[in-house]
Design a protein around this ligand. Structure first.
Ligand code: PAF
Length: 517
C-alpha cells in the first residue's frame, strides 16, 4: 500500500494506475476509522480496481467553537486498517500540502458555495461555513483523484445530498455511492465523535436511534405527517436525561426541502447534544415502491426475467433497449447521420422518452417527445442502427439522467450491466444474474435451433461467450460489474419463472420491516 503525503505524489501514482485502464474508487475520510468507514472501504474495494482512501481532518469545515483541536487522530492505526482492507493508496496530506497554506480561510481560499436552501436546514444554521468547507475539500479531492466512484456514508445525509448536487451542478464525471449507516449492537450510529462520550452518555446516546425507531413504527402505522413523526422522536429524546435536541426535522433526502408529509420518500434527521458532544442520526422513510436492479452477463436471461418480475410485482419494466431504439428512430426520422456524434448528442440531451408498462407479455409502450413509437422502434432500419447510437457516451449520459428520474418515483425494474453500480447505486434490491458459460452456451444453441439458424458447436459458443464476458467486463463504457451488495443468482438448471420467483422472494424479504431494529 502506498502512503502519499503530497499532491505531486498522488497525481504521479494515479497517472500510473490510470494508464492500465484501472477503475478508481475514492473514500474520503477524516480518519479515526471505525466500522462505518470500513464498510465504505470494503465496498470500494469490491467495486474498483484501485482504491484511494483520503485521511484529512479538514480545518475549513469546523466552526470557531467546534472540536477541530480535539478531533481524534491516529494515522498509524488508520493506515494499518487500510492495509488490512486491501486499500491501494492512502492520501494523508498536511493542511499546507493540500491547501498551500497553514491556515486556509474563506478570506484566502476559493470556495464552493452549495445552494443556500440546502444549507438553510438541518445542521446548516448551527454550523455556518461547514458545508462550504466540506464541498470545497471534496471537490479538491475529486479533482485530484478523478475517481470513477466516491463513497460516502448515509449518516451524513445532508452532506451526501449537498455533494450529489455539487456533482450534478458542476457536471462532475463521478458516481457518488451512498452507503448504509453502520450501527452498534444497541443501535447507536457509528461516529468518530462517539469516542468523546462518557460511559453514561454512551448509554443515553442510544435514545437517538430509539427516537427514530419510534417514528418508524408510527410511519408503518400510516402516520406520514411531519408533526407526528417529529413528535415521536422528540418524545423519546425528551424522556432521556442530559440530551439536548438541536433539531428534529423531515426533509426530502435529495433536495433537502422541508416536507409536511412523506408522499414518496422522506428523510427524518436529527442532531442532539450530550454534554459537549454533538451527534447526528437519520432514517429514510419510504412509501414509494422500491427499485430492482438486475445486472449480469449476456445470455443470463436478464430481460425476460426482468419483464416477468415487473409483471408479477406490478412494477414498470424500464426497458433501456427501447430507450436507445427511440433515440435511433428519432435520428432516422429527422434524417440525421447516426455516426454524427455531435448532432446525435444534442438530440439525445433535448428529447424526452416516456415508457409505460405493457401487460407484461407485450413490450412497454414508448413515446419520444410525445410521439408514440412502440411499434416503429422495432423496424429493421432502427435495428440496424441502434448499436451505433447506444455506443455513444453522450447518448448513454442523456439516458442515464432520464432513467434516474424514473428511479426517483420508484417502482421500476431495470436490467443491464451496471445498473446496481452506476444507474441506481442506491437501489433497494440488487440482483446479479448469472449462469455458467456451459449453461449459457446450451441456451444459445437451443435458441439458434429454434430460429432455424445454422448449428454451432457448444465449444465454439462457449469460446464466444467467454470472449464476450471479457469484453463486457473491461469495456470503457458501462462495463459489466457486480455491485458489492447484490444478491448473486446462479440460474443453471432453473427455468425463467423459477428465476423470477427467486427475485420476487428476495424483494419481499428486503421489504419486510427488520425485526427488532
Ligand atoms: O464525512 C467526512 O468525514 C468529511 O466531511 C469528508 C467528506 C471527508 C470531508 O472532509
Amino acid at each position: 500500500m502506498q502512503v502519499l503525503k503530497t499532491i505531486a505524489g498522488l497525481r504521479c501514482y494515479l497517472e500510473q494506475q490510470r494508464a492500465t485502464g484501472a477503475t478508481v474508487g475514492l473514500v474520503p475520510t477524516m480518519g479515526a476509522l471505525h466500522d462505518g468507514h470500513l464498510s465504505l472501504i470494503r465496498r470500494a474495494c469490491q467495486e474498483n480496481a484501485v482504491v484511494v482512501v483520503s485521511i484529512f481532518v479538514n480545518p475549513t469545515q469546523f466552526g470557531p467553537g467546534e472540536d477541530l483541536a480535539r478531533y481524534p487522530q491516529d494515522l498509524d492505526r488508520d493506515q494499518r486498517l487500510c492495509e488490512q482492507m486491501g486499500v491501494d493508496a492512502v492520501f494523508a496530506p498536511t493542511v499546507s500540502a493540500l491547501y498551500g497554506s497553514e491556515s486556509p480561510s474563506p478570506a484566502t481560499l476559493t470556495q464552493v458555495v452549495p445552494p443556500q436552501e440546502m444549507m438553510a436546514v438541518l445542521c446548516g444554521p448551527v454550523r455556518p461555513g461547514h458545508f462550504q468547507g466540506v464541498a470545497t475539500v471534496v471537490l479538491k479531492l475529486l479533482n485530484l483523484v478523478q475517481p470513477h466512484r466516491a463513497y460516502f456514508g448515509r449518516k451524513d445525509a445532508q452532506q451526501l445530498a449537498i455533494l450529489r448536487r455539487l456533482v450534478k451542478d458542476l457536471n462532475l464525471a463521478v458516481t457518488l455511492v451512498g452507503c448504509p449507516i453502520v450501527r452498534d449492537q444497541d443501535g447507536l450510529a457509528l461516529s468518530s465523535r462517539n469516542q468523546y462520550l462518557t460511559a453514561v452518555q454512551r448509554q443515553q446516546a442510544t435514545a437517538l436511534f430509539h427516537g427514530l425507531k419510534a417514528a418508524k413504527i408510527q410511519f408503518q402505522r400510516g402516520k406520514c405527517d411531519r408533526t407526528a413523526l417529529v413528535a415521536a422522536v422528540e418524545q423519546v429524546l425528551d424522556a432521556t436525561p442530559d440530551i439536548e435536541i438541536d433539531y428534529v426535522d423531515l426533509v426530502h433526502p435529495y433536495s433537502l426541502k422541508p416536507l409536511e408529509t412523506v408522499d414518496t420518500v422522506g428523510l427524518l434527521a436529527m442532531a442532539a447534544r450530550l454534554g459537549k458532544t454533538r451527534l447526528i442520526d437519520n432514517m429514510l422513510l419510504r412509501s414509494r415502491q422500491p427499485i430492482i436492479a438486475i445486472d449480469g452477463p449476456a445470455g443470463a436471461g436478464k430481460s425476460t426475467v426482468a419483464r416477468l418480475v415487473a409483471k408479477t410485482l406490478g412494477l414498470l419494466y424500464l426497458d433501456t433497449g427501447a430507450m436507445y431504439r427511440a433515440i435511433t428512430w428519432q435520428v432516422l426520422n429527422l434524417g440525421l447521420d447516426p455516426e454524427d456524434a455531435v448532432r446525435v448528442a444534442e438530440l439525445a440531451a433535448a428529447c424526452t422518452i416516456r415508457l409505460a408498462s405493457g401487460d407484461g407479455n407485450q413490450p412497454p409502450q414508448v413515446w419520444i417527445d410525445e410521439v408514440e413509437v412502440t411499434d416503429a422502434i422495432r423496424s429493421p432500419d432502427v435495428t440496424a442502427q441502434v448499436s451505433t447510437i447506444a455506443a455513444q457516451p453522450a447518448v448513454r449520459q442523456a439516458l442515464l439522467q432520464q432513467q434516474q428520474d424514473y428511479g426517483l418515483r420508484g417502482g421500476v425494474v431495470m436490467e443491464g450491466r451496471d445498473i446496481g453500480t452506476h444507474v441506481f447505486p442506491d437501489a433497494e434490491v440488487k440482483i446479479f444474474l448469472t449462469a455458467s458459460v456451459q449453461e449459457r452456451a446450451r441456451r444459445r444453441q437451443k435458441d439458434l435451433l429454434a430460429q432455424n439458424q445454422p448449428d454451432v458447436s457448444l465449444t465454439e459458443l462457449e469460446q464466444t461467450i467467454q470472449d464476450r464476458d471479457r469484453k463486457d467486463s473491461t469495456r470503457a463504457v458501462a462495463p459489466l460489474q457486480q455491485a458489492a451488495d447484490a444478491v448473486e443468482l446462479i440460474t443453471d438448471g432453473l427455468t425463467i419463472p423459477q428465476v423470477a420467483e427467486n427475485i420476487v422472494q428476495v424483494y419481499r424479504q428486503t421489504l419486510q420491516p427488520a425485526a427488532g431494529r
